[in-house]
Design a protein. Structure first.
Length: 466
């Protein structure tokens, strides 16, 4: 997939979901393409080329997170988003920065596992149907082997054959019945019939109560460590054939997958394609004004530094190298500046892009153009109630105008303001949907003004509502 996407095509794909911010899109597109270019090199030079990490600077709600998220989805790369403010310096109570890498590996392993399960879905379905057939029409049990002590003492009777072995006629009848049921299962004619299935009980044991989050932070899974020593717990459930097929297919798929291969590929994908998006990085910039140990700012920067530079992190799947992961840091930098970060960390983010505040024209495009445009989302939601809403051009213009005005007068929260305004505009329709409402509702500028007029005029009220 990555080899087919050149930077211009990557930007075009991002344009389908994100309005504006061309500079940031170009930067991430080049960074992504460089990954493919690096993979084409000889191993000797390939290991020497490190990814050029990116620092995004811009107010909230302008598309920083969305760019990274869409980028990862575009090339099916594992990605996690973390807030820098959640971490504390090593030695203090709080989350260890290594946790971000463990989470990334977990995401990568889950991705690979899901892909493998999809690939063997058809085979797992057939095995599940075979198990369902045995439950619906079980074959007669074979006679148990004779006990040698019973044979020696002459205690083995002749009645066992009559009890344990079905007659040829009965066996033939069962086989005929099984063939009919097999065909019905294939044609999904028995989906609502109840059947009792026995599946593995994967609920966490009592041990989990004592292990807690601290063990997870160390990358140890006690349940997996003791998994081979403890017997597998099974539980019986009475479900429909449709639900039983799904449960059994999932269980069969688990058996068909080689988890060692999944883990190996997951680690490789995390190391070579992983993207770590560190948000709110501006909140850990600057120096603490109070005396004493520096817990939340420079201390966190110092702990993040080796991860970004390239180090080995121990996870429950084994050691994972961070050398070739792509790190994207983002922050508004209203108070602090990128120069307030420690020099070593600044040097690890050589590519810096500034994302612009959104204008009225940007808001109009965000409302209508992207594939996941906000108006398309609300229209689809209300169509489930049999109501088709239509926004006129002047209504869209009025919503964009209001969003721009409120962002200027109060805190600028970017495109997130549109959600707040649209919720208020459609509040009455959403509340009364399905109660003798007309099937088609036209929303024009007059309707928008009527819904927002009192709130926008009252500055104190708008601070709470919008």
């Amino acid at each position: 997939m990555l080899q087919e996407l050149r930077p211009r095509q990557i930007v075009a794909k991002l344009d389908e979901y994100i309005i504006g911010q061309e500079e940031a899109k170009r930067a991430v597109a080049v960074a992504l393409r460089n990954r493919y270019r690096r993979s084409c090199l000889d191993p000797e030079i390939r290991d020497e080329i490190m990814p050029k990490n990116i620092l995004m600077i811009g107010p909230t709600g302008v598309g920083k997170t969305e760019i990274a998220r869409r980028l990862a989805k575009l090339v099916n790369a594992p990605m996690i988003k973390v807030e820098a403010t959640k971490f504390t310096e090593i030695g203090y109570v709080g989350r260890d920065v290594d946790a971000m890498i463990r989470e990334l590996v977990e995401v990568a392993v889950r991705m690979v596992k899901a892909e493998r399960m999809t690939a063997i879905e058809e085979k797992a379905q057939k095995l599940a149907e075979a198990r369902l057939l045995d439950l619906l029409a079980p074959l007669p049990k074979k006679r148990k082997a004779a006990n040698p002590f019973e044979l020696l003492l002459g205690m083995q009777g002749n009645d066992d054959q009559e009890v344990d072995e079905a007659s040829a006629d009965k066996l033939a009848l069962i086989e005929t019945q099984r063939k009919q049921l097999w065909q019905q299962l294939k044609n999904k004619e028995l989906e609502d019939q109840l059947v009792e299935v026995e599946i593995e009980d994967n609920s966490p044991p009592m041990l989990e109560i004592f292990s807690g989050a601290g063990v997870e932070e160390m990358g140890i899974n006690l349940q997996e460590v003791l998994g081979n020593m403890l017997p597998k717990r099974m539980k019986k459930r009475k479900v429909t054939v449709a639900a039983g097929r799904r449960l059994l297919a999932q269980e069969e798929a688990q058996k068909l997958i080689d988890m060692d291969e999944v883990i190996a590929e997951g680690i490789d994908r995390a190391e070579q394609l992983g993207i770590v998006f560190i948000d709110e990085v501006d909140k850990i910039a600057g120096r603490e004004s109070s005396p004493g140990p520096d817990v939340s700012r420079e201390g966190v920067q110092r702990d993040i530094l080796p991860i970004v530079e390239g180090s080995t992190v121990m996870t429950k799947y084994g050691p994972v190298k961070t050398d070739h992961m792509l790190f994207i840091a983002a922050g508004a930098f209203h108070v602090a500046k990128p120069a307030d970060l420690i020099p070593e960390l600044q040097g690890r983010f050589p590519i810096r892009v500034e994302l612009k505040s959104l204008t009225k024209e940007d808001f109009k495009r965000i409302l209508t153009q992207p594939q996941n445009a906000i108006i398309k989302q609300y229209t689809a939601l209300l169509e489930t109630e049999g109501i088709k809403i239509q926004f006129t051009d002047d209504a869209i213009d009025e919503i964009a105008e209001t969003a721009t005005y409120v962002n200027q007068e109060m805190e600028n929260i970017g495109a997130r303001r549109l959600h707040t305004i649209l919720e208020k505009v459609l509040e009455d329709i959403s509340f009364s949907a399905g109660e003798n409402m007309p099937q088609k509702v036209m929303i024009d500028a007059g309707y928008v003004k009527n819904q927002l007029e009192d709130i926008v005029k009252n500055r104190d009220l708008s601070q709470y509502i919008l």
